[in-house]
Design a binder for this molecule. Structure first.
Ligand code: IPM
Ligand code: MN
Length: 353
């Protein structure tokens, strides 16, 4: 059966990196005799500025009709309040209830690690970022805005169900993938209401997984240890904002934002995949952006759909590109975005089943 994917390239370098991911998806489909139908949706800053529409009224319902959604990146200096990005990216996360933000942190080549003397096995963990609550819910308000008496309130939402389902997902993933430990990171020493709930849920769930070592760290200690000794981590689970921040650090550990991939999941429902990188307006249109994060996100999408052989073929093609220096400048190569994509396509072609 064909896999139907909605593709939203979005803004800036998202358009360029998505084009390479699409090329690789088409190649892998033809090499492995699979059928993938890709439907491109124009939702972006350009589209918003031309039509006044960020996402059409039936947009989320439309997305639910696909097997998966692939997003490039959103963000454009011409849309100062970032409304279109909120509606399209955060909107999709919220409206499709994609509560698992799955961000693997995997060093593909020791050369790319900014830490001294690390091998690939030292940086290989997974972050599960809660994706539908926390400080991202936009609950709050401003009193006397624009004056010197302005008061701004931004509430953090933590629900038992919301915390429970993401922490449970982390333990289930660890169990299914042979990971030894799950580390929950919060700031319960200072955020004594919301993060007390994280503590409660973690203590409730941990004993149900006796084969998995349950660890807790305050978020500040977590970032310290991610740099000092990343090898100790297998699975990290944390809230929306902390997860946003630690996954940029994770991206740095694996060689930069250009390499980081992610999935926004709701098991059993339409899920969305995107590179961790943003739209990077200064780099747009120059054929310099690294398409590997987007290509690896496409691999995550296939893997999640059960196409594990195809996903592995993509990952090994990317690994080969990194090892042989066939990549963009920031990872030590001399190729452009398109040429890096071409190289990866040529390697996928060799991975005949
Ligand atoms: C990410 C991004 C987004 C986030 C922005 C663009 C709203 O940084 O996917 O990590 O904070 O979630
Ligand atoms: Mn981020």
């Amino acid at each position: 059966m064909a896999m139907r994917v909605a593709v939203i390239p979005g803004d800036g370098i998202g358009v360029e990196t998505t084009a390479e991911a699409v090329k690789v998806l088409r190649t892998v489909a033809s090499v492995f005799g699979r059928s993938i139908e890709l439907e491109t949706l124009p939702w972006s800053a350009d589209h918003y500025l031309q039509t006044g529409v960020t996402i059409p009224a039936n947009g989320y319902a439309m997305l639910r009709g696909f097997d998966a959604v692939f997003i490039g990146a959103l963000g454009d200096p011409r849309v100062a309040d970032n409304r279109h990005a909120r509606d399209i990216l955060l909107g999709t996360r919220f409206e499709l209830d994609l509560y698992v933000n799955y961000r693997p942190v995997k060093l593909l080549d020791a050369r790319l690690c900014p830490l001294k003397d690390r091998s690939v096995g030292d940086v290989n963990f997974v972050v599960f970022r809660e994706n539908t609550e926390g400080l991202y819910v936009s609950v709050g308000g401003r009193f006397k805005p624009g004056t010197e008496d302005e008061v701004a309130i931004q509430e953090e939402l933590n629900t038992y169900k919301g915390v429970h389902r993401i922490v449970k997902h982390a333990f289930e993933f660890a169990t299914a993938h042979g990971r030894k430990n799950v580390c929950m990171a919060d700031k319960s020493n200072a955020m004594t209401q919301g993060h007390a709930l994280w503590q409660r849920v973690f203590k409730e769930l941990a004993p149900q997984y006796p084969g998995i070592q349950a660890k807790h760290l305050y978020i500040d200690a977590l970032v310290l240890l991610m740099v000092q000794n990343p090898a100790q981590f297998d699975v990290i689970v944390t809230n929306n904002l902390f997860g946003d921040i630690v996954t940029d650090l994770g991206a740095a550990l694996q060689g930069g934002l250009g390499l980081a991939a992610s999935g926004n999941l709701h098991p059993g429902k339409t899920s969305m995949f995107e590179p961790v990188h943003g739209s990077a307006p200064p780099l747009a249109g120059k054929n310099v952006a690294n398409p590997m994060g987007a290509i690896l996100s496409a691999a995550l999408m296939l893997d999640y759909a059960g196409w594990s052989v195809e996903a592995a073929a993509i990952e090994s093609a990317v690994r080969d590109a990194v090892a042989s220096g066939n990549g963009t400048k920031e990872i030590g190569g001399s190729l452009g975005t398109v040429e890096t994509g071409d190289y990866i396509v040529s390697r996928v072609r060799r991975a005949l089943p």
